[in-house]
Design a protein around this ligand. Sequence first.
Ligand SMILES: [Zn+2]
Length: 90
Amino acid sequence: MSPHAAGGGDPAAAHHHPSHENALGELFLPDRTDTLNLNLVKAPPACLDYVIIHELCHIKVRHHGPDFWRMVSRYRPDYLSERRQLKHYT
Ligand SMILES: [Zn+2]
């Protein structure tokens, strides 16, 4: 089975965030309670847009593989710098 086939295992477990993203919360995932780190209200709006897009992309792609980041970059071409800035707020 190719590593891109997302079959098998617990989808929640497959959604593993790197440590610097742990505090971002999970929005809109049907199997999760909506949570959002309130520190994020201090972050620049562009960073918040990135957080929303990140979580929305997880509706389609539940992991952080290349497919996921390709989708994020389609909506947030500067997501790498937005992600970097976010570290100061989480
Ligand atoms: Zn994620």
